[in-house]
Design a protein around this ligand. Structure first.
Ligand code: GPU
Length: 832
């Protein structure tokens, strides 16, 4: 039966009455061109519902745009190569406070809102923490009514889908635009030319200008981002690359040369084809650099256009006003080209001199660093840069030259440090541009993402710059949006929190959660809390059964580690711990086993396609699971499950159902971590090292409510030295776990190279660079403390409550408020 047969269609959106909403859904089902009006299955119901919700969003988006235009406040532009938006429907109706109305409306068609929301595909335009952080930030910017926008790229294929086959992880293209995205609005009137290659022309008066090469277009798609219970909706503007009809060679096409006729069109398609093309090949590298420049150039042209649009009389003489109207935040070094691009636009297009352009650029851009891992600090070949962006390379050389001159003339004492501080590394073997150095030299502020990380930046990575610019460096501890990560993903627990706090204001004022502390021993709260956790565990168990076929027991301790697979995050230590546990269980008498705390260990995460050791870890978790889960002697006490295709929506099911989560990176290596905050907020206790934001979480929730183990950041360098010098004595339990895997207990796959990476310098790996061997014994001891604590239900529930109660600090509203005040200098601009 068609939707129209049931409900009279109504084109008018923005009603909060379920009947009117149902009419609008019915309207979209019939008049939106995507489906036949005869069909109205769950998928069509999703698209029609989303389009109806989009009507609400658009109205707010338009009102907000006009309000910002009229009031002309200073505005922040967040430049990021990644956004991990996940699904949008539940979040949109939740933020607009129309969830109930839409649920009732859908009931008129015989559908549950939750089931319809489950039809949506994840928008996975990011890899992990950095991309998800950007998405949480947008939610907070909108909620705080801040004049701010996000800019990114509209990748055709997002982060790959992960399938677990016999050989381990397989990657499949993620076709999130397969049907279409109901959330984006294509802006055919927002188009900017983007040039690549070419040369620099010098006019008779000495002016330099970039010309020639190939020119593509950047076309804007807007994704409206609603704030929670506010009229504001901001924009995530995603750029797509296109070529024009003029670029289509009709003559060649008519001559049968179909491919060369459409050459530029196919090059345009490559730019936004995939997130992070593998950079193992030179081609891959060039494409990544093209993507970065594409984002920066389109966004800056758009920012300058809006700067002028808001006040028609803004002319080149008023450029000094630019930094009081525009703040640009670079999400790591990926958008560093914003610096030379802004310089180029100001000088070559707007006619400013170097000093004036430099002052404007410096006051406009700021840089967030998200890692100290040397391999993740971007360095671009000078030759590649010069070929693709000849004018930018000139500008970078000039920045480098002036920085050196400044240090030499003002800081004689720093002369010996200049080479390592320079933007250019002119090592004749491989001359490169150091992007982080460019950001530090050009930006007005540099920030890390957790206290410990920011201190490491100041004391190590950027120490020399601190002596030149002591006030440039800040900390902005990361945060997560409490809307998606508690209110909407965990309605059971949210209701309890609201009931006991007697208000739902915690949703946008997360510090109110401390109010739960005084009920931490209340038996009634304990009963409700435990029941909510159990309900979430059952939902989680159903997901595991659906995607893996493994049945897990909701009465066992749910122990979860979900994040990108990386050696520094030490999933290998987790699985070695599970292997050790399995071996001990096998050796025990049946009577002793009965005393063991039953556990379900779950690991999920994607390995970068060419990262061999990470893929071996995925395979090992799966192999261990296959043996343990089918071993009738012990599988009542231990299960090991690999959760395939970890993404935002999977996290929304897993996190509420977790009781223990592992954040066990080598100290000093995880800049912050953000899932640790999500787990703790959902009443999950952390086992972790003193790394990243763990340090601050432990301070907030109390050290009794956190299972700490492992080396401290300032010991790591010394321990690595000891190891090199043969001073490390491995714990027998560590040897036993490795040996058990080597013995073939988990199948015939060759784990030698993976296990050898944990030995001294063997040629494989880096001689246990991540100190798994050193931390293993204290990790096993901490896990034993977990087992004991879990036996005492009352104690455990109290720890859980105190984790939620201590999570207020980790709201991204707090983080964004600090950025707004301490870096951007912007203030709220609510639509009246
Ligand atoms: N991070 Br650099 C990413 O997810 N991708 C990156 O390319 C870089 C950093 C992560 C950090 O590893 C994580 O510790 C942090 O919490 C997150 O960024 C957000 O700051």
């Amino acid at each position: 039966m068609s939707a129209a047969d049931k409900v009279k269609p109504a084109a008018s959106p923005a009603s909060e009455d379920p009947s009117a909403i149902a009419g609008n859904i019915s309207y979209h089902a019939q008049y939106s061109p995507h489906f036949s009006p005869l069909a109205f299955g769950p998928e069509q119901a999703f698209y029609a519902t989303a389009e109806s919700v989009r009507d609400h969003l658009l109205q707010r988006w338009n009102d907000t745009y006009l309000h910002f235009h009229k009031t002309d406040p200073k505005q922040t532009y967040y430049l990021s190569m990644e956004y991990l938006q996940g699904r949008a429907l539940t979040n949109a109706v939740g933020n607009l406070a129309i969830t109930g109305a839409y649920a009732d409306a859908l009931k008129k068609f015989g559908y549950e809102l939750e089931a319809i929301a489950g039809q949506e595909r994840d928008a996975a335009l990011g890899n992990g923490g950095l991309g998800r952080l950007a998405s949480c930030f947008l939610d907070s910017m909108a909620t705080l009514n801040l004049p701010s926008w996000g800019y990114g790229l509209r990748y055709r294929y997002g982060l790959f889908k992960q399938r677990i086959a016999k050989e381990g992880q397989e990657e499949i293209a993620e076709d999130w635009l397969d049907k279409f995205s109901p959330w984006e609005i294509v802006r055919h009137d927002v188009v900017y030319p983007i040039r690549f290659f070419g040369h620099v022309e010098i006019s008779p008066d000495g002016k330099r200008k970039w010309a020639g090469g190939e020119v593509l277009n950047a076309l804007a798609y807007d994704v409206p981002i609603p704030g929670y219970k506010t009229k504001n909706a901001i924009s995530l503007r995603l750029w797509d690359a296109t070529a024009t009809a003029e670029d289509f060679n009709l003559f060649q096409f008519n001559d049968g040369q179909y491919e060369s006729a459409a050459q530029l069109h196919s090059r345009a398609q490559q730019i936004c084809a995939v997130l992070y093309p593998g950079d193992a090949t030179e081609e891959g590298k060039l494409l990544r650099l093209k993507q970065q420049y594409f984002l920066c150039s389109a966004s800056l042209q758009d920012i300058i256009f809006r700067f002028k649009e808001r006040k028609a009389d803004r002319v080149s003489g008023k450029w000094s006003e630019f930094p009081s109207k525009v703040a640009v935040q670079m999400n790591d070094t990926h958008p560093t080209l914003a610096i030379p691009e802004l310089m180029r636009l100001l000088m070559d297009v707007e006619g400013l001199g170097w000093d004036e352009a430099w002052a404007v650029t410096n006051k406009t851009v700021a840089y967030t660093n998200h890692t100290v891992l040397p391999e993740a600090l971007e360095k671009w070949s000078q030759a590649v840069m010069r070929k693709l962006l000849p004018r930018h390379m000139e500008i970078i050389e000039e920045i480098d030259k002036r920085f050196r001159e400044m240090v030499i003339s003002t800081r004689k004492d720093m002369e010996g440090k200049i080479e390592s501080m320079r933007v250019l590394d002119n090592n004749p073997e491989k001359p490169v541009v150091r992007m982080a150095n460019l950001c530090v030299v050009a930006g007005h502020t540099v920030n890390g993402v957790a206290e410990l990380h920011s201190n490491i930046l100041k004391q190590e990575l950027f120490a020399d710059y601190v002596s030149i610019w002591p006030n440039k460096f800040q900390n902005k501890t990361n945060g997560i949006t409490p809307r998606r990560w508690l209110r909407f993903c965990n309605p059971e627990l949210s209701e309890i929190v609201t009931k006991w706090l007697k208000t739902d204001q915690w949703t946008s004022n997360l510090d109110l959660l401390t109010g739960l502390r005084k009920f931490a021993d209340d038996e009634k709260l304990h009963a409700e809390w435990a029941a909510a956790k159990l309900a979430s565990k059952k939902r989680l168990a159903k997901h595991v059964l659906d995607v893996t076929g493994v049945t897990i027991d909701p009465d066992s301790l749910f122990d979860i580690q979900i994040k990108r697979i990386h050696e520094y995050k030490r999933q290998l230590m987790n699985i070695l711990g599970a292997v050790y546990r399995y071996k001990k269980l096998k050796e025990m008498s049946a009577a002793d086993r009965q005393k063991v705390t039953p556990r379900t260990v779950m690991v999920g995460g994607k390995a970068f396609a060419t990262y061999t050791n990470a893929k071996r870890i995925v395979k090992l978790v799966n192999d261990v699971g296959a043996v343990v889960n089918n071993d009738a002697d012990v599988n009542k006490y231990l299960k090991v499950v690999f959760i395939p295709n970890y993404n935002v929506s999977v996290a929304e099911v897993l996190i509420p159902g977790s009781e223990l989560s592992q954040h066990i990176s080598t100290a000093g290596m995880e800049a912050s971590g953000t899932s640790n905050m999500k787990f703790s907020l959902n009443g999950c206790v952390i086992i972790g090292t003193l790394d990243g934001a763990n340090v601050e979480i432990r301070e907030e929730v109390g050290q009794d409510n956190f299972f700490l183990f492992g080396a401290k950041a300032d010991q790591v360098a010394g321990l690595r030295k000891d190891r090199e010098n043969g001073l490390f004595k491995p714990d027998p339990r560590f040897e036993e776990a490795k040996q058990f895997i080597r013995s073939g207990a988990f199948g015939t796959y060759d784990y030698t190279p993976l296990l050898d990476s944990l030995e001294g310098n063997t040629g494989f790996g880096r001689g246990d660079y991540f100190l798994v061997g050193y931390d293993f014994p204290s990790y096993i001891d901490a896990q034993a403390r977990v087992d004991e604590a879990y036996k005492d239900k009352k104690k455990w529930v109290k720890m859980s409550i105190l984790n939620t109660a201590g999570s207020g600090k980790f709201s991204s509203d707090r983080t964004i408020d600090q950025y707004a005040k301490e870096i951007w200098g912007i203030s709220a601009c609510p639509v009246p």
